[in-house]
Write a protein that binds this ligand. Structure first.
Ligand code: NAD
Ligand code: ZN
Length: 237
């Protein structure tokens, strides 16, 4: 049986599927990931995105942080791809219970998914660090240098920077969904960023499926590994 046929059969037999995705879920929408050959790391000539997007870098040099952030992390014209669309459809059909994402691009919601857990926050939300006034993404994109609130405070994206902790409740919610799932589909993540690896380790449902273009440290633990592009693969379901 082909891998797709196996995947189809697993999906048919499950009504509590959780999808966990990384940056690879949005590369087919034209948003670069970090670690692929055409990812952000290479685009920037070897500057580590982990460093450029860290809290200490933000505190030391907010201007440089925002230059990097606008150039590599915000894509207002990106559209959902086949992966986002199929997951929204599977949720509608009562198959997918939750999408857990490391991405900050909001594309799952744009495709129509309702239960989306954004582990790393969202570029769509921004707030003043002094008075907490909210600002849209366009405000950060269109401002020169450091975006400033009417009160003078810095307007930052509501994303989790490197060195910052994940929101406790968001993480727990994700763990609860995974704990109850009978199928976990993990796609487009190199599975080296915390807590991605923990999710895979803690899953104890029936089917663990990994869809990725390159190897991951958890391939050996999966019931099914599909080497391919997540949008193309999910579209065949
Ligand atoms: P990563 O860059 O470390 O790994 C991406 C993985 O996806 C790689 O293994 C690559 O081979 C694979 N891949 C790329 N395109 C694919 C495709 N179309 N189909 C299947 N596999 C594909 O990404 P990560 O593990 O998610 O970690 C990077 C961190 O950076 C994340 O935590 C995320 O928050 C952030 N990030 C977010 C975005 C976004 O919001 N779209 C983009 C870049 C980085
Ligand atoms: Zn303010």
């Amino acid at each position: 049986m082909s891998e797709i046929a196996v995947l189809r059969q697993m999906v048919r037999g499950s009504d509590n599927i959780v999808f966990f995705g990384g940056a690879g879920v949005s590369t087919e929408s034209g948003i670069p990931d970090f670690r692929s050959s055409d990812g952000v790391f290479k685009l920037l000539g070897g500057i580590s995105p982990e460093k450029a997007l860290s809290r200490s870098h933000f505190d030391e040099n907010p201007q440089a942080f925002f230059n990097f952030y606008r150039k590599t992390m915000v894509f207002p014209n990106a559209k959902p791809n086949m992966a986002h669309d199929k997951l929204a459809e599977l949720e509608q059909a009562g198959k997918v219970r939750a999408v857990i994402t490391q991405n900050i691009d909001g594309l799952h919601q744009k495709a129509g998914s309702r239960t989306v857990i954004e582990l790393h926050g969202s570029a769509e939300r921004n707030y003043c660090m002094d008075c907490e006034r909210k600002y849209p993404m366009a405000f950060v994109l269109d401002s020169d240098g450091i975006p400033r609130c009417v009160c003078g405070g810095i307007v930052r994206p509501d994303i989790v920077m490197y060195e910052e902790p994940l929101d406790h409740r968001t993480k727990r919610l994700a763990y609860n969904f995974i704990d109850e799932a009978d199928m976990l589909i993990v796609a487009g993540s190199s599975l080296v960023v915390y807590p991605a690896a923990g999710f895979v380790r803690d899953f104890h449902g029936r089917y663990l499926v990994l869809i990725n273009r390159s190897d991951t440290p958890y391939d050996g633990k999966a019931n099914l590994v599909i080497r391919g592009s997540v949008g193309e693969v999910l579209n065949l379901l």
